[in-house]
Design a protein around this ligand. Structure first.
Ligand code: 5GP
Ligand code: ZN
Length: 143
């Protein structure tokens, strides 16, 4: 786990550095992204430090993500958007830069320049069955 003392989002959660908050409760805050992909781009975070989603308890994830429906509605409406992406990166390989769990809520319009489609693959013969079995077994161990 990264050092919480150096974590920019822990400092925002503690009020040690300023942010433009749009909601706050005991476990969560949401605030404007300082470098928005579109106007109204918001980040939703747990107040406590977790680097990736799998470090959080299901109950805490549920409490934090309960804010997503009104956030999606408000961001979309206020930005005058036609939809929005909810994006959450885990680990540097996924594109995560700030190592404190956060959900991006990004307003979208048809024809904007942000893009979305990633190159999809396909399974070699038998590989989907292997992945299916491995995922079922691992989830059985984790849940
Ligand atoms: P990531 O790439 O880790 O998924 O996203 C990190 C996000 O945090 C970026 O969109 C970046 O603009 C935003 N960000 C980084 N530092 C700050 C900051 O100090 N304040 C705010 N409001 N957003 C930040
Ligand atoms: Zn943190």
């Amino acid at each position: 786990m990264s050092d919480e003392a150096d974590c920019i989002f822990c400092k925002i959660a503690a009020g040690e550095i300023p942010s433009m908050k749009v909601l706050e409760d005991g476990q969560s805050i949401a605030f404007l992204d300082i470098n928005p992909l579109a106007e109204g781009h918001v980040l939703l975070i747990p107040k406590n430090h977790f680097e990736t989603l799998d470090e959080m308890s299901p109950d805490l994830v549920a409490a934090v993500t309960a804010h997503l429906p009104p956030l999606v509605a408000a961001v979309t409406r206020v930005a005058g958007a036609e939809g929005c992406n909810v994006l959450q990166n885990n680990g540097r390989a996924s594109g995560q830069v700030v190592p404190h769990v956060h959900f991006h809520v990004i307003p979208r319009r048809a024809g904007d320049s942000l893009g979305y489609r990633w190159p999809a693959g396909s399974y070699a013969a038998g590989r989907a069955e292997q992945m299916h079995a491995a995922l079922q077994q691992t989830l059985g161990e984790l849940m």
